[in-house]
Design a protein around this ligand. Structure first.
Ligand SMILES: Cc1cc2nc3c(=O)[nH]c(=O)nc-3n(C[C@H](O)[C@H](O)[C@H](O)COP(=O)(O)OP(=O)(O)OC[C@H]3O[C@@H](n4cnc5c(N)ncnc54)[C@H](O)[C@@H]3O)c2cc1C
Length: 399
């Protein structure tokens, strides 16, 4: 596709993809540019909304006023999650959960993770500690440690299946095969598993784990669920695959593996960006742009000795004071001050202190999002992606 796009989205993560779907659904001609695969590929595939009490949606009211959720508003956050579920269900990735209920699911390290929406293959992962759980693991499988789990649960057992392969993706590929599933189910039937739930690492197929899980559960007449593994994470890959398919079905043009290296401006408007790539450079022209390049991990932001910068448009970046306040060796330390840094936006998701009139910003690059502290990763990306796209749509109607 060539010519001018209505909206060009830079960054193909959860926020950028949800923004693209929102705009394409209103008939806009959209392009998404992404340097690489997003963080959702590494994630558990579960949608964390907010780890604050039992009702995450109500918890939004207790967040600092400048948190991006407060720009979106509770009702719109809830609606954006419904939209996400709808989009994923059409791609075979049914999600269950309620924006008013936090779930506690088992992690591969035997701890509990607070999350909100989960793939249907994890629907019964929220279980009572007294309940019996039988773990199935696979010979020589890396990235899954059943002993961590069984040592944390007194009422648990474990059996090991030899799938003939040992990698997460390799075992998931085996589950796409009907004969393999038949052999696996027969083996399970032959085990003398006490009454309770059966849990497996998240390897029940590359794409249609929900169906595979339902098949095993139906055959055995038992509750069966997946436990997310450490990266590489099949539920994260399935989530990404579902959203990418949804973009393609809507005619969104994808420039994948491409990075913006220069920006053309005229007066206060961005006119085009140029992408680096093998061979010749590609110029992508748009009427409006959405920045969704993520935070430091994805390269949307960078830190220098005393400052931090934004990589594509050189937007001003909010920093929580001097370097000694925000520097900490452990990037993943909860409450790390650097998490507050990012792009400040107004209620229409336009960057403040910038003269650009046709630019909107969403996702984890937003200032004050503090994704790790509040455990609001995908939830915040979905909500701000949809909200920024709607603000962009409103701007279009006004010009
Ligand atoms: C290991 C890990 C596990 C996580 N697990 C969970 C979880 O289980 N549940 C949950 O809710 N949250 C989880 N999170 C948090 C969540 O993944 C993120 O907060 C969320 O996905 C961020 O989405 P985003 O759209 O803001 O950005 P990102 O996912 O970071 O996407 C940004 C995209 O922009 C691209 N990009 C960057 N710069 C450029 C450029 N110059 N030109 C073109 N493209 C560019 C990047 O390549 C990337 O694809 C996890 C995070 C990590 C690191």
């Amino acid at each position: 596709m060539s010519g001018t796009y209505d909206v060009v989205i830079i960054g193909g993560g959860m926020s950028g993809m949800m923004a693209a779907i929102t705009l394409a659904d209103t008939g806009r001609k959209v392009a998404v540019i992404s340097r690489g695969n997003p963080l959702c590929c590494l994630s558990t595939g579960c949608i964390d909304l907010l780890a604050a009490g039992d009702d995450p949606l109500a918890g939004i009211g207790s967040l600092p006023e400048n948190h991006p959720y407060n720009l979106v508003g509770e009702t719109a956050v809830e609606r954006s999650l419904e939209m996400f579920r709808d989009v994923m269900a059409r791609e075979g990735g049914v999600y269950v959960g309620d924006a008013h209920i936090n779930r506690r699911i088992v992690t591969p390290l035997g701890r509990q993770k607070i999350t909100c929406l989960v793939p249907a293959s994890m629907a019964c992962a929220d279980f009572h500690p007294d309940e019996y759980i039988h773990l199935i693991s696979f010979s020589k499988m890396k990235d899954f440690y059943p002993n961590y789990i069984t040592s944390n649960y007194s009422n648990a057992g474990c059996s090991i299946f030899d799938a003939g392969v040992s990698t997460t993706a390799g075992i998931a590929a085996c589950f796409e095969n009907e004969k393999f599933r038949g052999r696996f189910i027969s083996w399970l039937r032959g085990l003398d598993i006490p009454e309770g739930k059966i849990a497996l690492p998240a390897v029940l197929g590359m794409n249609f784990a929900v169906d595979v899980c339902a098949e095993i559960s139906g055959e055995l007449g038992r509750d069966v669920f997946e436990i997310p593994t450490l990266p590489p994470s099949m539920p994260g890959m399935r989530l990404f695959g579902g959203l990418k398919n949804a973009l393609l079905k809507r005619g969104v043009n994808l420039y994948w593996g491409k990075e913006v290296y220069s920006v053309e401006k005229s007066a206060d408007l961005i006119e085009a960006v140029t992408l680096a790539g093998a061979g010749r450079a590609t110029r992508v022209q748009g009427n409006a742009f959405i920045l969704a390049t993520g935070s430091f991990i994805s390269g949307g932001l960078y830190a220098a000795m005393e400052t931090a910068g934004e990589t594509v448009f050189d937007l001003p970046v909010y920093l929580p004071g001097r370097r000694d306040i925000w520097f900490d060796d452990d990037f993943f330390a909860p409450g790390h001050a650097i998490e507050k840094s990012g792009i400040c936006v107004d209620r229409s998701f336009r960057p403040v202190d910038s003269q650009i009139g046709n630019l909107f910003v969403c996702g984890s690059i937003l200032a004050f999002s503090e994704v790790m502290k509040y455990r609001c990763g995908h939830g915040m990306a979905i909500a701000t992606g949809v909200a920024a796209a709607n603000a962009c749509g409103d701007w279009y109607r006004e010009i």
